[in-house]
Design a protein around this ligand. Structure first.
Ligand SMILES: [Zn+2]
Length: 227
């Protein structure tokens, strides 16, 4: 009998596609949560993103807390820090990230992070707050030095279309890499797995198994895959 393969896991996407053998973690804003489709292979993360001033304020926190209580929500995010955006003040980003870190700890949900040019500030917050929940940087494009610094601090890194091979290899060796399509509607998660399996010299089926097992250890409500 042929062995069934573990599903592909798209750790962070903004597009829902109907794909066989794929589990998707769709990243949502608060304004999107009223109409979330449900499907057995579709999960959500919800957070206050540093790009959206209309949501990035204290008044959103009670609604966020409520939205995170729904089943099929696996993580808080994306939240984060972005020094390249003009849309919100950096001081507001820091304040609302702090609040979301507290919420992720309180609700026992991993935190998915958007991080642009603010690695030192993020690591400072981590040192100060000592979170128990895992932190995952999505769309990581940084080089090996940046990757090593984040890995040393215990973070997970998720990679999409553009990545530095050494950073992916370092994160995978630590058991802390994931793959994603983010907001790229033309990118398939299969092609990201293919690129990663070439870089890592691991057969794609084995990579599917490893990343899915890794995800199950972080997200308790994912269905277990039985080989
Ligand atoms: Zn995103």
């Amino acid at each position: 009998m042929a062995k069934t393969l573990a599903p592909y896991l798209d750790l962070h996407t903004h597009h829902v596609r109907s794909l066989p053998e794929t589990i998707q973690l769709r990243s949502c804003r608060l304004s999107e949560v009223s109409a979330l489709p449900t499907h057995p292979s579709l999960y959500y993360s919800i957070g206050l993103h540093p790009w959206f001033a209309e949501e990035l304020h204290e008044d959103s926190l009670p609604r966020l807390r409520e939205a995170l209580g729904v089943s099929h929500v696996l993580a808080l995010g994306e939240a984060g820090l972005d020094k390249a955006t003009q849309r919100t003040a950096f001081s507001d980003q820091i304040r609302l990230l702090r609040a979301q870190i507290q919420l992720s700890e309180e609700l026992g949900l991993p935190l998915i992070l958007h991080l642009v040019r603010a690695q030192d500030e993020l690591l400072r917050l981590r040192k100060e707050l000592h979170p128990d929940q895992p932190w995952l940087i999505h769309g990581f494009r940084g080089g090996i030095d940046q990757a090593r610094q984040l890995l040393r601090a215990g973070l997970y890194l998720s990679f999409g279309r553009h990545f530095h091979p050494e950073s992916l290899a370092a994160a995978h060796a630590e058991g802390r890499a994931f793959l994603e399509t983010d907001d790229d509607a033309t990118l398939s998660i299969q092609s990201v797995y293919q690129a990663a399996s070439e870089v890592l010299h691991i057969a794609e089926g084995e990579l599917r198994y490893q990343l899915y097992a890794r995800a199950c250890s972080l997200f308790a409500s994912l269905p277990l895959y039985e080989q």
